[in-house]
Design a protein around this ligand. Structure first.
Ligand code: GLU
Length: 542
C-alpha cells in the first residue's frame, strides 16, 4: 500500500509539516526541574470537586517549581458546550486562589502555545494524523455506527474483548482503490490508529502517584479523528500535551484504562512522553460501602456548593490538602499560621486508593480555620460572601458593621480561640440577637419564677457597662449570694446544703434573659456590645 498516497488522498489540504509545528512551539525555556501542568476541562458548566482537587495539585506543582500552569479547553464534543463556561471556570478557580499563567481566557487567550481551545486546533491535529497515515499508522474507517454496534454485540456473545482489532478491524487493510471508491461516493469516515501492540504483553510504566505499574499493550485501532474531523480525547491529549510542552499530566484515574492507547500513540508519533500523575477518585461512604462522589447524587460534588453554604475557599483548599496528601495535617500542626500554598507536596505521598470525602472532617477543618482568623479577617470574608449568599446578614452589616465586627471578635486570638463558627452561614444566627428586630426572647419557665424575676431586677440595678471581667464576675457572685445561691460552684458541689443553686445558675438566668440563648460567648463582652439600654430593657422585660 502506498501510504503516502493515501495520506494525500485523505488530507489534500494539509501542507504544514510536523517539523514546522515543532519549531513553532519550541521546548519552553524554564529553570531546571520546572513543571508545566495543565487543567483541561470540557466546558460543560459544571465544576466537580475532583476538578478543583486536580487544579490545586496542578497549580501547586507548577508554581512551586517555577513552571507554568495553563488552561486548555477540551471542547471537541460540541453537544456539551455551555455559554459562559470558560469564564465560570476561570472565576471559580480564581476565587480559590488558583490562577492560570496562560491558556484560554473568557474571550480569547494568552500565551504562545495556543490555540488553547481544541475546537480551534483542527489543522494541527490533521498535520499529525497525516503524518501517521503516511507512515501506515492510521487509516480511514468507513464502518457506520450501526455496523460497529452490531460488531460490539457479536463480541459480547463471543465473550471477546470490545474494540476494533484483529478480525474485527475490517477497514484496516482496505485496498487503496476501495478507499478511493468510497471517498468518491462521499461515504463518511473516521480515522483510526493502526496499533502494532500485542495485548498478551505488558508495558512497564511509572505513575508519579501510583508508582510502578504494569499495563497490557494496546492492540485496539482506536479512533483518532471523528467524522467531523475533530479529534478524540486520546489523539488531542497526545498532540496537545506534546506541543504545549506539558511535563506532568495530572488527571483522574479513569484514564488509566486507556493509558495503553496513549503510550503507544506517543511512541508512534515520536513524542517524548510526559510524566503522568493519575489522581484517585473522591469517594463517599454509603450504606456500608463506598462510591464515587457523584454529580447527580451529591450536592457537595459541585464546587459552587461550598460558597453557597458558607465554606470559605481557604477552608475548602485546606480540606482538599488533607485529602491530597497524608503529610498535610502534620505540616499544618507544625505551621498553624502559614498559608496552605507553602506546603511542600510530594506526589509519592499522595493517596493511591481513593480518598474519602467526609463532611464532618470538612466542618472540622473549616471551624478550625475560621477560629484562627481575627475579627477583621472574618469581616473581610463576609464583605465578599454575604452580599451574594446571605442577604439577611448583609442587611445587618450595612446597618451596623462595627457591631458585627465586635461580636465576631469576642474570644478570638490566644491559644484557645472560640470555635462557634463552622461556616459563614453560622454568622447570622450568631449575631442576630444583638439586633432588636431579630431578638427572640426566651419563653423558658426558668425566667418566670419570682426568684428569677428578683435576680434580674436586682442585677439591672448593679450591672454597669463599664465593668471589666473581674468586676463583672464579682457582681454576679455577690448577686448569687444575696439570693441564696452559692457564689462558688466547687463549694456548692461539695456541699449543696442550704443553697438554692450556685453562681452558674444565676448567670444562666441572666444569659437567657439578655440573649434568649442558653449558650453564647463571654457574657461580659456580649453585654458591653449590646449596650446599656438594651441590656436593662431585656433584664426587666415582663
Ligand atoms: N477533558 C478531560 C476530562 O474532562 C481531561 C482529562 C485530562 O486532564 O487529560 O476528563
Amino acid at each position: 500500500m502506498d501510504y503516502k498516497k493515501l495520506s494525500e488522498l485523505i488530507f489534500p489540504n494539509v501542507t504544514v509539516t510536523p517539523e514546522e509545528l515543532e519549531e513553532k512551539y519550541p521546548k519552553r525555556e524554564l529553570p531546571e526541574g520546572a513543571r508545566v501542568t495543565r487543567f483541561a476541562p470540557s466546558p460543560t458548566g459544571f465544576i466537580h470537586l475532583g476538578g478543583l482537587y486536580q487544579a490545586l495539585l496542578d497549580s501547586h506543582l507548577a508554581h512551586q517549581s517555577g513552571g507554568v500552569f495553563f488552561l486548555r479547553i477540551e471542547d471537541t464534543d460540541r453537544k456539551r458546550l455551555v455559554d459562559g463556561a470558560i469564564e465560570g471556570i476561570i472565576n471559580t478557580f480564581s476565587s480559590f486562589g488558583i490562577e492560570f499563567d496562560e491558556g484560554a481566557t473568557a474571550d480569547g487567550e494568552k500565551g504562545s502555545y495556543g490555540p488553547y481551545r481544541q475546537s480551534e486546533r483542527k489543522e494541527i491535529y490533521h498535520v499529525f494524523a497525516k503524518k501517521l497515515m503516511s507512515e501506515g499508522r492510521a487509516y480511514p474507517c468507513f464502518c457506520t455506527p450501526e455496523e460497529l454496534e452490531a460488531q460490539h454485540e457479536r463480541q459480547t456473545v463471543a465473550k471477546a474483548d470490545p474494540g476494533y482489532y484483529g478480525e474485527y478491524a475490517v477497514c484496516r487493510d482496505l485496498p487503496l482503490e476501495e478507499i478511493e471508491k468510497r471517498l468518491a461516493e462521499n461515504k463518511p469516515y473516521i480515522v483510526r490508529f493502526r496499533s502494532e501492540g500485542d495485548k498478551t504483553k505488558t508495558v512497564a510504566f511509572k505513575d508519579e502517584i501510583k508508582g510502578e505499574l504494569l499495563v497490557p499493550q494496546n492492540d485496539n485501532d482506536f479512533v483518532l479523528l471523528k467524522s467531523d474531523g475533530l479529534p478524540t480525547y486520546h489523539f488531542a491529549h497526545a498532540v496537545d500535551d506534546h506541543l504545549m510542552r506539558t511535563t506532568v499530566v495530572v488527571r483522574g484515574e479513569e484514564w488509566l484504562s486507556t493509558l495503553p492507547y496513549h503510550l503507544e500513540l506517543f511512541y508512534a508519533l515520536g513524542f517524548k512522553r510526559p510524566q503522568f500523575a493519575h489522581t484517585a477518585h473522591i469517594m463517599k461512604n454509603e450504606n456500608g460501602g463506598k462510591r464515587k462522589l457523584s454529580k447527580r447524587k451529591d450536592p457537595e460534588a459541585a464546587v459552587t456548593y461550598y460558597a453557597e453554604n458558607g465554606y470559605t475557599a481557604e477552608a475548602v483548599k485546606e480540606y482538599l490538602w488533607t485529602l491530597l496528601s497524608s503529610s498535610f495535617e502534620e505540616w499544618r500542626r507544625a505551621n498553624p499560621t502559614l498559608p496552605s500554598s507553602e506546603f511542600k507536596l510530594k506526589l509519592s505521598k499522595m493517596s493511591i486508593s481513593g480518598c474519602l470525602f467526609d463532611m464532618d472532617k470538612l466542618n472540622d477543618v473549616s471551624r478550625n480555620y475560621l477560629s484562627r482568623l481575627s475579627g477583621a479577617e472574618v469581616m473581610a470574608l463576609l464583605d465578599s460572601w454575604a452580599p451574594e449568599h446571605d442577604k439577611a446578614l448583609y442587611t445587618l452589616m450595612e446597618k451596623d458593621r462595627a457591631k458585627i465586627e465586635a461580636i465576631v471578635s469576642v474570644g478570638r486570638g490566644g491559644q484557645k480561640p472560640r470555635k462557634d463558627l463552622t461556616t459563614l452561614k453560622d454568622v447570622f444566627p450568631y449575631v442576630s440577637y444583638f439586633f432588636e428586630e431579630h431578638f427572640v426572647p426566651s419563653e423558658s419557665e426558668k425566667l418566670k419564677s419570682p426568684d428569677a424575676r428578683a435576680i434580674l431586677a436586682d442585677y439591672a440595678s448593679v450591672w454597669s457597662e463599664n465593668d471589666e471581667q473581674t468586676e463583672w464576675f464579682e457582681k454576679i457572685k455577690a448577686l448569687a449570694a444575696r439570693h441564696g445561691y452559692c457564689p462558688d460552684t466547687k463549694q456548692y458541689k461539695a456541699d449543696p446544703t442550704g443553697y438554692k443553686g450556685h453562681v452558674g445558675d444565676v448567670s444562666a438566668i441572666i444569659r437567657l434573659a439578655v440573649t434568649g440563648r442558653e449558650s453564647t460567648p463571654d457574657m461580659c463582652a456580649v453585654m458591653k456590645i449590646l449596650g446599656k439600654e438594651t441590656v436593662i430593657k431585656r433584664l426587666l422585660a415582663e
